[in-house]
Design a protein around this ligand. Structure first.
Ligand code: ATP
Ligand code: XMP
Ligand code: GLN
Ligand code: MG
Length: 519
């Protein structure tokens, strides 16, 4: 645990899919918090952590099941304000003498409305217009509140939607105030941290200082290799690590042959011109494309690429005396969608190459200073570090690159066609001044050929799909509503200018149910 002069809030994670969003809401309020899985939270741990307040997250288990997760009982005697959410609420009631039951048709999933009852400080300024929309996701329910608690809000299926024991500063809610679908839920966190006495002294400036300390502590006098893609995440990570350990850092930019048009030159020039870092430009096109030859399964492709990335990093590390660490710009969304964060229940959607793709046994230890941040927070940190706006504003580009925008088998021919089409599409978006409004935009080349007619002749070429989405953090996304003129003009340009494409479609799938990338 890192020593810090800041007020600290402890989040005990009972395995909810959205625990990180609690942390996010708190960071937006400039409150320092750490998430720890319930298995690690003993009373000694809590005393040592010295939290000014504690939050119990939701979780998939049922309090009614013997052996299900609990908080250390003594936590309730520390005189610290506690907020319980969903499972956190249920476990709090159970441990304090209330009752939780399963079934009886009281499940609520999705939108619900809570009606307030009486005044409660954590609800100040929230229920201004009567009922409030909240997001519920529970099968169990509290059937009897614990002694000392009173009811401050009800929903049709949760008579104890909001309860509190104000004399002890214990608050418990059945819904999830941290998610977007509880539109004004942030207010509840704001009130909670205010009543717990937080001054809002946690900022990106403070995060930077803390991470620099952490990196120095972790690395000591050893050397670090950093996978640098020129994307926002690894650029911010590299600059941060460079600030911490200077020349102990060597960046490795891997050209795997799956980059966009002109990207390798752009990234290398950008870094050589702007930063005084050691940078290796590793041309490994033959290696990657060779191994991917004949592969069409998305997970297989991702695993191959992940392994080769590590092989390349390892190869360079071997040439540097004392290189024991590998730094990556892994973010939280990469983690939650690839593996479960704290041994919880979240399922694997796809193996993001830098998380699920890592070999079990690797010679290098990981340095991942951005692992608990969301994209917009990384951008804020980048601004704090003084990175040029052109870096910070870049659309994300996945590590496996064009491989996952080329469903089915990857061939050099398809990659070349894709690169050309993508360059025109991005050019169009920039020309129309839309680049910064869009989270990410790219072309995918489809594994089908279609018949067309051009100049009175028959064509039999590839079809492509244009994708553009808006998003806050990449976890959910909406397709971008281009005008028909824009789409028409862009399709015409791509079909006219790119040899090998004779049909163009626009992908209007949101996430969920789709993902942003096609594979
Ligand atoms: N071509 C590459 N060469 C070296 N490292 C890479 C390359 N592509 C990806 N990586 C490593 O994998 C990590 C994850 O890639 P990811 O695309 O999520 O992040 P990024 O490229 O830094 O930022 P962005 O999401 O904005 O593209 C990177 O932070 C970087 O460490
Ligand atoms: O570094 C990465 N390695 C990967 O393997 C990977 N797969 C997807 N992405 C990017 O993550 C965001 C969410 O993508 P999906 O909705 O397709 O999962 C989008 O921004 C994607 O571009 C990746 N980034
Ligand atoms: N989202 C939650 O925390 C759910 C809590 C518990 N598993 C229930 O179903 O009621
Ligand atoms: Mg990238």
């Amino acid at each position: 645990m890192t020593e810090t002069a800041h007020d600290r809030l402890l989040i005990i994670d009972f395995g909810s899919q959205v625990t990180q969003l609690i942390a996010r809401r708190l960071r937006e309020l400039n409150v320092y918090c750490e998430i720890h899985p319930y298995q690690n939270v003993t009373i000694e741990f809590v005393r040592d952590f010295a939290p000014k307040a504690v939050i119990f997250s939701g979780g998939p288990d049922s309090v009614t099941r013997e052996g299900s997760p609990r908080a250390p009982q003594e936590i309730f005697d520390l005189g610290v304000p506690i907020l319980g959410i969903c499972y956190g609420q249920q476990v709090m009631m159970h441990q304090l003498g209330g009752k939780v039951e399963s079934g009886h048709g009281t499940a609520e999933f999705g939108r619900a409305f809570v009606t307030p009852k009486g005044d409660l400080s954590i609800l100040d300024g929230w229920f201004t217009e009567g009922d409030e929309q909240v997001w519920m996701s529970h099968g169990d329910h509290v059937s009897e509140i614990a002694p000392g608690f009173e009811v401050y809000g009800t929903s049709p299926n949760a008579p104890y939607a909001i309860t509190a024991d104000t004399s002890r500063n214990f608050y418990a809610v059945q819904f999830h105030p941290e998610v977007h679908h509880t539109p004004r839920g942030a207010k509840l966190y704001e009130n909670f941290v205010k009543l717990a006495g937080f001054g809002g002294d946690w900022t990106m400036g403070a995060y930077r200082e803390q991470m620099i300390e952490k990196i120095r502590e972790q690395v000591g006098d050893k050397k670090v290799i950093c996978g640098l893609s020129g994307g926002v995440d690894s650029s911010v990570a590299a600059v941060l690590i460079h600030e911490a350990i200077g020349d102990q850092l060597t960046c490795v930019f891997v050209d795997h042959g799956l980059l966009r048009k002109g990207e390798a030159e752009e990234v290398v020039t950008m870094f050589r011109d702007n930063y005084n870092m050691q940078l290796i430009h590793a041309d490994e096109q033959e290696l990657f494309l060779g191994e991917l030859d004949g592969q069409s399964d998305p997970e297989t492709k991702r695993k191959i690429i992940g392994k080769l990335f590590i092989d390349v990093f390892q190869k360079h590390a071997d040439t540097i005396e004392g290189a024991e660490f590998l730094a990556q710009g892994t973010l939280y969304p990469d983690v939650i969608e690839s593996v479960s964060f704290s041994g919880g229940p979240s399922v694997t959607i796809k193996s993001h190459h830098n998380v699920g793709g890592l070999p079990e046994k690797m010679g290098l230890k990981l340095v991942e200073p951005l692992r608990e941040l969301f994209k917009d927070e990384v951008r804020a940190l980048g601004r704090e570090l003084g990175l040029p706006a052109s870096f910070i504003g870049r659309h994300p580009f996945p590590g496996p690159g064009l491989a996952i925008r080329c469903p089915g088998e990857i061939t050099r021919e398809k990659l070349d066609i894709l690169r050309e089409a993508d360059a025109i599409y991005i050019d169009q978006i920039r020309k129309h001044g839309l680049y910064d409004e869009i989270w990410q935009a790219f072309v995918a080349i489809l594994p089908v050929r279609t018949v067309g007619v051009m100049g009175d002749g028959r064509t039999y070429d590839y079809a492509c799909a244009l994708r553009a989405v808006t998003s806050v953090d990449g976890m959910t996304a909406d397709y971008y509503p281009f005008t028909h003129e824009f789409l028409g003009e862009t399709a015409t340009r791509i079909i006219n200018e790119v040899k090998g494409i004779n049909r163009c479609t626009y992908d209007i799938t949101s996430k969920p149910p789709g993902t942003i990338e096609w594979e």
